[in-house]
Design a protein around this ligand. Structure first.
Ligand SMILES: *Cc1c(COP(=O)(O)O)cnc(C)c1O
Length: 299
């Protein structure tokens, strides 16, 4: 995967039509286009871990996540590509039919271990047991300092060629945002759209990844009901955004990001001198978790 950085940015940068962004110069970085399976921010987060996994010569990587996790999806593909065994610990009983995401993970050789809710609360024990056995542990969503390394490198690479005043991304664990902060220049404003409801500790979790104080802003009002929750308004927005730009989004992360951005234009959050970079962090495969996918397509 190292070959992916530095990447040729030009084909990944798309300007939004001015009518859609209130004449504020806005460019989307289409990380979703990098790779069909490990596109998006998850491959960037794995870059830092990959280095350590290879240095430590671990031959098994264990992680955890949900049934539609972009992180597990990317990790399974990465393991398959690098010939490293991957294992996912999942909450609940193994369902009769796996989600399409987990089916893909299994197909790429990822071992799936299902544990009940009570055991899941003791996830730390599992982590310790695996680590004592010499396995490499990656937190859910790739949260951690090493997860920031690839994102930082990307941001520095962008800044060598372009001048943006604002960078905005979706936040789950905030690792991507922390990487952007580390790679940004002092004048650049970094904004994160949190996709979780009541995730009050997010800012502290981001600060914990930064070696020194770097300012950033988190917007907490665009979760649409909470993680992986959605409203009809959000789906309609995503559909019309796709019609007008050709840019697909996912209902868990990037749909909420573009929705928030549209609202920021309305509020005149930006000035006419600003140049906004939007990080499209991928995640399109997660739309398979949309229960009303068929009716969404018909919107
Ligand atoms: C995981 C994910 C995010 C959140 O990234 P964090 O680094 O955890 O904040 C955003 N967008 C997509 C598409 C993701 O899969």
């Amino acid at each position: 995967m190292k070959k992916l950085l530095p990447i040729n940015l030009k084909p990944l940068l798309e300007d939004l039509p001015t009518a859609l962004c209130n004449n504020i110069a806005t460019t989307v970085l289409r990380l979703d286009k990098i790779h069909a399976h490990i596109g998006g921010n998850k491959f960037l987060k794995l870059l830092g871990y990959e280095k350590e996994i290879k240095e430590k010569k671990c031959n098994r990587v264990v992680s955890t996540g949900g049934y539609y996790s972009n992180h597990l999806y990317a990790l399974s593909y990465w393991g398959w590509q690098n010939k490293i065994q991957t294992v996912a610990i999942l909450k609940g009983m193994r369902p009769d039919s796996l989600s399409p995401t987990l089916q893909d993970c299994e197909e790429k050789g990822m071992g799936l271990i299902f544990i009940d809710q009570k055991q899941y609360k003791e996830l730390n024990h599992y982590q310790e047991t695996f680590m004592q056995a010499g396995d490499y542990w990656i937190n859910s969503g790739g949260y951690g300092v090493l997860g920031t390394v690839g994102v930082q490198a990307l941001m520095e690479h962008i800044n060598q060629q372009f001048t943006f005043t604002h960078i905005i991304c979706a936040c789950g664990t905030g690792t991507t945002l922390a990487g952007l902060c580390l790679g940004a220049q002092a004048h650049q404003k970094i904004i994160g759209v949190s996709v979780l409801k009541g995730h009050e500790s997010l800012e502290n979790e981001i600060v914990a990844l930064l070696p020194y104080r770097i300012p950033f802003t988190i917007l907490n009002n665009y979760h649409q009901g909470g993680y992986a929750r959605y409203t009809k308004e959000l789906l309609q927005f995503m559909s019309s955004f796709f019609d007008r730009t050709g840019i697909p989004s996912d209902f868990v992360y990037t749909g909420k990001l573009f929705f928030a951005l549209a609202d920021l234009y309305k509020q005149q959050y930006f000035t006419s001198r600003d140049k906004v970079l939007v990080i499209h962090s991928g995640g399109i495969q997660g739309n398979r978790g949309l229960r009303i996918l068929d009716s969404f397509m018909a919107l």
